[in-house]
Design a protein around this ligand. Sequence first.
Ligand SMILES: Cc1ncc(COP(=O)(O)O)c(C=O)c1O
Length: 469
Amino acid sequence: MKRYERFADEIAELIRDGVLAPGERVPSVRQASRQYGISPSTVFQAYYLLEDRGLIVAKARSGYYVREQARRVLHEPHMTPRRQETADVAVSELAFSVLDSLQDPETVPFGSAFPSPELFPLARLSRSMAKGLRGMAGSDVLKDMTAGDADLRRQIVLRYTLKGMPLPSEELVITSGAMEALNLGLQSVTSPGDLVAIESPAFYASLQILERLKLRAVEVPVHPRTGIDLDVLADSLARLPIKACWFMSHLQNPLGASLDDDSKRELYALIKRHRVPLIEDDAYAELHFGTTPPKPVKQFDDEGLVIHCGSFSKCLAPGYRVGWVAGGRFAEPISRLKLMTTISPSVPAQAAIADYLQHGGYDRHLRQLRHALETQQRQMLDAASRYFPDETRATHPAGGYFLWFEFPERVDSLRLFRQARKRGISVAPGPIFSATRGFRHCLRLSYGHPWNPRSEAAMATLGELIDTF
Ligand SMILES: Cc1ncc(COP(=O)(O)O)c(C=O)c1O
């Protein structure tokens, strides 16, 4: 990362944390240059970057100011109390109709789970695919099939190590996306009928996997900013025979909430005390807006209880279907389950990603992606503050590409979903994120696509539709 980018990130963090408030002057070029020991041209470059990202504006002969972000700041959503102790899960039909609503390329994809392909280095990746294949000995195609591409495994282990989390490579299994990693992880530690602690609201595919494996959900409320309620979890673990936990400690889907390090330590202590494995879904690990990459609960795992699942789908190569699981003490059963089901993700796709990680400029791409997403988040929040009713509440996550909106109780997001669909807009209604069909007045919207006049018009239409409830 260049010096000016680092400095820009530091200022962006001060803005995000509210240390520099909207309308406030950012340090003058001279001041910043002296204070941070950098040249005035580095400060200028950083301020141009922050201007591009829409975080500051220049005022003639006066300097740079934090942009007045939205006409009004939308308040944080409430934390929803638990509805019932345990539940059978049945959300598939609803989730499939949301996925179906995204088939038409003309649809405004606010309901999508993937960012825009425009944000990914697909041309560079296809060169890596060709190169990876050219360099591959015929025997490698079969040799690497079960364990996974050797170079890719090395690159992933290296990234764990650079984060300060050395990982024995025997723990690592390459999978078809995080989805397979999560499926295998959960299946290897549960049997039909078991209780699994999940978040409320939760990523809908986790509910579908519970449904498929005939597991019962124990929903634990998630605070929209600070993450899972550890007191409720402690109580549930003490009273119920929970066989596994499935949580996202960072940029939780759909809320964007993240646990801080103390809470992650406490969560680990809890599962260790009860000897309950944690399936940690870290699909959004690379999409943080701040400068310091957060570490997962896995960092504390001294007993191999955490099954840590990652993916390249959201940050580099959607469609390549390459992810991984660091399975701790469950690595062996996970590996065997994989051999009994898919055997391996495509070997060429793995080789392409391995080559890209070594030579493609992955970290530069990630910085650009994070900046694009941060800008798009501001644009969507801005539009929501203009078009959505006064009582609307919204999350302001420090990464990822989802916003969670909470409307007054009278707003029925399932009806809204159907009405929006007729107007060419896809949205993700609250109940698909709940085993008990809660969150009926909530909506998840994705800002993963570059903002354009159609996005603006779609927000205005949604605002009109919401006003009719
Ligand atoms: C929270 C979460 N976990 C896992 C996945 C699945 O990731 P992959 O595409 O790598 O299978 C998704 C994709 O939507 C997700 O949002």
